[in-house]
Design a protein around this ligand. Structure first.
Ligand code: KG4
Ligand code: ZN
Length: 362
C-alpha cells in the first residue's frame, strides 16, 4: 500500500517539541483541528536552580516523550501509518533536548516510511496565528518569549525578514531575572505581573534602553542593571510590598515602553515593503502578560493594525504549533531528509546581520 492511500484525509501530522523545558506532542489535521495534545512542563525540575538546566531538561525529555506520543496517538485513535508526516523541532534551542525530539521523530519516520519535517521552533511560533485565525500573509510578528525577542516580517512559509532582535536578553529572560532579584521565584513573568498590578509605576523611574533610537533592535540589560542597583540600594525593603510592587510596576512599565517604541518602528518599516499590511501578531510566553497586551492593543489601534494574540497555551511552547508548521511545510512539499541535523542556533532569516552583542539564540 502506498503512503498516499493509507494516510488520512485531511492529512494528520504529529508535532514534537523538546527545544527547552516543555516536552510536548500533538496531532493536528489539515483542516485546523487539534485531534489530541499533551504537554509536560519541567518547571518544577528547574525551579530550584532559578532557570532551565540543559542537562536536566534533556534527561526529562527522554523520560517522558515516548509516553506523551503514545498518549496522543491513543486519544486520537490513530496508528503511525495513518499519519502524513512527523514534525519535530530541530532548532534553535538546547541541543540535548532537540536531539531527543528529532531522533524520536526520525525513528518513527524510518520505521513507518513517513516524511520528516524538521521544524524551526520560531517558525512554529510564527505560523500559529494561521492555525488559530486563518490569517493570510504578509503580517508583522512580535515574538517575545524566554529565549527570543524579535520582530519579523512574515511574507510566507519559510520567508521571514527579521526587522529587529535583542542585543542582550530576551524579554522573558529579563522578567525572570528581575523576579529572581526580587525573590519571586521561577518562571518570573507571571509573578512580576501579579505584583505590578497594585504597584506605582512612577515611584522608581527605570531606564528605557534604545527608546527613540533608529532601527528596531531591543535591549533590556540596562533596565535589568538599574533594577538591580535600586534593589541593592533599598535593601530588604525591596523584597516586601508595597516597595516590591512599585519596583515590579516600574520594570513592567519600562518594558512596555520599549516594546511599543520598537514595534511602532518595525510596523513603519514593514509597511514600506507592504503598504497594505494591517495585521500584527504577538506570540511567545510574555504575550500572556495582560498589561503588555493592553499596551500593544493601543499601539495596534493607533496604527490601524489588527492585533492577533493566540490563546496563552498556544503562545507558550507547545506541540500544536510544531504540528501545524509541519502541515504548512508538507503542503508545499518542503519535507526533510532523515540526516537533518539538530541546530542550537538557527536564525529564521539567514540574511539578517548578527546583532552586535546578541546573546539570544537566533
Ligand atoms: O514561550 P515560552 O513559554 O518559552 C520560551 O520559548 O521561552 O516563554 C516563557 C517566558 C518566561 O520567561 C516567562 O517568565 C515569560 O515567558 N512569561 C511572562 C508571563 N508569562 C510568562 N512574562 C511576563 N508576564 C507574564 N504574564
Ligand atoms: Zn518558544
Amino acid at each position: 500500500m502506498s503512503i498516499a492511500t493509507r494516510t488520512r484525509t485531511p492529512p494528520v501530522v504529529l508535532g514534537i517539541e523538546t527545544s527547552c523545558d516543555e516536552t510536548a506532542a500533538a496531532l493536528v489535521d489539515g483542516e485546523r483541528r487539534v485531534l489530541a495534545e499533551a504537554l509536560f512542563s519541567q518547571e518544577d525540575h528547574h525551579a530550584p536552580f532559578g532557570g532551565v538546566v540543559p542537562e536536566i531538561a534533556a534527561r526529562a525529555h527522554v523520560e517522558i516523550l515516548d509516553r506523551l506520543i503514545a498518549r496522543v496517538m491513543a486519544e486520537a485513535g490513530l496508528r503511525f501509518d495513518q499519519l502524513a508526516g512527523i514534525a519535530a523541532t530541530a532548532g534553535p534551542g538546547l541541543i540535548g533536548g532537540l536531539i531527543v525530539g528529532l531522533v524520536t521523530a526520525k525513528a518513527i519516520c524510518a520505521v513507518h516510511r513517513l516524511p520528516l519535517l524538521a521544524i524551526n521552533h520560531l517558525e512554529g511560533h510564527a505560523l500559529t496565528a494561521r492555525l488559530t485565525d486563518a490569517i493570510d500573509f504578509p503580517y508583522l510578528l512580535l515574538l517575545i518569549s524566554g529565549g527570543h525577542c524579535q520582530v519579523l516580517g512574515v511574507d510566507g512559509v519559510g520567508r521571514y525578514r527579521r526587522l529587529g532582535t535583542t542585543l542582550d536578553d530576551a524579554l522573558g529572560e529579563a522578567f525572570d531575572k528581575a523576579a529572581k532579584m526580587l525573590g519571586l521565584g521561577f518562571p518570573g513573568g507571571p509573578a512580576v505581573e501579579r505584583a505590578a498590578r497594585t504597584g506605582d509605576p512612577d515611584r522608581f523611574p527605570l531606564p528605557r534602553p534604545l527608546l527613540g533610537q533608529p532601527g528596531c533592535h531591543f535591549s533590556f540589560s540596562g533596565l535589568k542593571t538599574a533594577l538591580r542597583q535600586t534593589v541593592e540600594r533599598l535593601g530588604p525593603a525591596a523584597l516586601e510590598p508595597p516597595t516590591l510592587n512599585d519596583l515590579c510596576a516600574g520594570f513592567q512599565a519600562a518594558a512596555g515602553d520599549i516594546l511599543v517604541d520598537r514595534t511602532r518602528r518595525a510596523a513603519a518599516l514593514f509597511r514600506q515593503h507592504h503598504p497594505g499590511a494591517n495585521t500584527l501578531v504577538v506570540a511567545g510566553g510574555v504575550a500572556a502578560n495582560a498589561a503588555l497586551r493592553a499596551r500593544l492593543a493601543d499601539l495596534a489601534a493607533g496604527q490601524d493594525f489588527r492585533l492577533i494574540i493566540p490563546p496563552p497555551a498556544l503562545c507558550t511552547d507547545n506541540g500544536v504549533m510544531i504540528a501545524w508548521a509541519g502541515l504548512e511545510r508538507l503542503a508545499l512539499g518542503l519535507t526533510d531528509d532523515l540526516a537533518a541535523p539538530a541546530r542550537a542556533r538557527w536564525p529564521l532569516d539567514p540574511a539578517a546581520e548578527p546583532a552586535v552583542g546578541a546573546g539570544n539564540k537566533a
